[in-house]
Design a protein around this ligand. Structure first.
Ligand SMILES: Nc1ncnc2c1ncn2[C@@H]1O[C@H](COP(=O)(O)OP(=O)(O)OP(=O)(O)O)[C@@H](O)[C@H]1O
Length: 343
């Protein structure tokens, strides 16, 4: 649905040239929710704004629904943009217009007549759960309600793509959940392709199918959200994952342990099986759980356990081998004191 190839966006200032997007290629499929994460300044907004040509790329190619945006004339671009809705962190509603008129504005700008527009506004406000607020003004709404108006306005002209620029960053956690649920609902009901940028991994975990990580204008890692959460390759991606799945044990706790400390990761069905307890029964060892966590990403479990294993060194080695053969990864964080004494 969106094919971005070798996209470059440079900003020329009087003194220098800043590269916002540095040779990015991404292919986003029809109907998927695609998340782009990165720290401030990574180039997320620049990339997102290039997708509807709010920013004009310096070079590269952007095809939306098969149409190359960079070769369009003004009229063609206006039509292509109607296929692309956008919502923003700060909503950008018109404060002097009611909820109804804010949404109707987008329809009238696209040439729809008054009664046709009003009927469509009612449908859209019902879809986002705000029909009863249609005569209120933005100042009378909560942040979540304002974003619902933003979503209704973005959907006014039946876009095929919805771009979300930090759409939940100004909202509290429970409002964020309700807006993400609404976006997921719209994605399913309307088959809309959604691209969102965020610095919050929770958002990506909750609704995205695939994701990309940006740093210094480049995409440094991309793939299905589950796979990236299960085995992030780049250091920056690992940092982001740690904001959701914290693996690090406090050093004093590690220092107090005499046994071997292992971190075990399980994917899919294995996360729910009793591999660890089977291992503890099979060998002459004792296990002491130090940390355990199961996350459900796209309804698939991803488990991480950290435990101390104590016993005869040979038995400990066999236990670790057993776990290594049956789990996605088993990593020794610290060898037991017996092993350390020999070293
Ligand atoms: N209009 C502009 N003029 C000059 N430089 C710009 C402009 N917009 C962005 N940049 C620069 O491009 C780089 C990428 O910025 P961008 O806003 O795309 O990053 P971001 O990941 O969206 O960060 P944030 O979340 O803080 O907006 C930064 O170095 C930024 O300073």
């Amino acid at each position: 649905m969106i094919e971005i190839d070798h996209l470059v966006k440079e900003y020329k200032t009087k003194k220098s040239t800043v590269i916002g997007v540095d040779d990015v290629s991404l292919h986003i499929k029809k109907g998927e929710v695609f998340g782009i994460v990165g720290y401030s300044g990574a180039g997320k907004s620049s990339l997102l704004r290039c997708i509807n040509l709010m920013e004009k790329p310096t070079s590269g190619s952007i095809k939306v629904d098969g149409t190359e945006l960079l070769s369009l004339d003004k009229k063609g671009l206006r039509e292509a943009r109607q296929k692309i809705g956008m919502i923003f962190q700060h909503f950008y509603l018109i404060s002097s217009k009611t909820v109804h008129d804010n949404v109707a504005f987008a329809l009238k700008a696209a040439g729809k007549s008054g009664s046709e527009a009003s009927k469509r506004v009612d449908e859209l406000l019902t879809l986002v759960g705000l029909y009863d607020k249609k005569d209120q003004y933005p100042a009378q709404l909560s942040g979540g309600q304002k974003q619902r108006v933003g979503i209704a306005r973005a959907l006014a002209n039946d876009p095929k793509v919805l771009l979300c620029d930090e759409a939940t960053s100004a909202l509290d956690p429970s409002t964020t959940k309700s807006i993400l649920n609404l976006l997921k609902d719209i994605n399913k009901k309307l088959g809309l392709t959604i691209v969102l940028i965020t610095h919050e991994m929770e958002v990506v975990k909750d609704i995205c199918d695939r994701m990309a990580v940006m740093q210094d204008g480049q995409v440094i890692e991309q793939g299905p959200v589950y796979d990236i959460f299960a085995s992030p390759k780049e250091a920056l991606t690992q940092d982001f994952i740690k904001t959701i799945i914290q693996f690090d044990l406090p050093q004093p706790l590690i220092d107090r342990c005499e046994g071997t400390i292992v971190k075990v990761k399980f994917q899919g069905e294995a996360a729910e099986e009793s591999i660890v307890s089977d291992a503890l029964q099979q060998f002459q060892v004792k296990g002491n759980f130090l940390h355990g966590n199961i996350e459900y990403i796209q309804d698939r479990p991803l488990g991480t356990f950290i435990m101390e294993i104590k016993g005869e060194p040979g038995e400990v080695v066999k236990t670790i081998e057993y776990l290594k053969n049956r789990t996605q990864s088993t990593e020794v964080i610290q060898h037991g004191s017996h092993h350390r004494a020999l070293a």
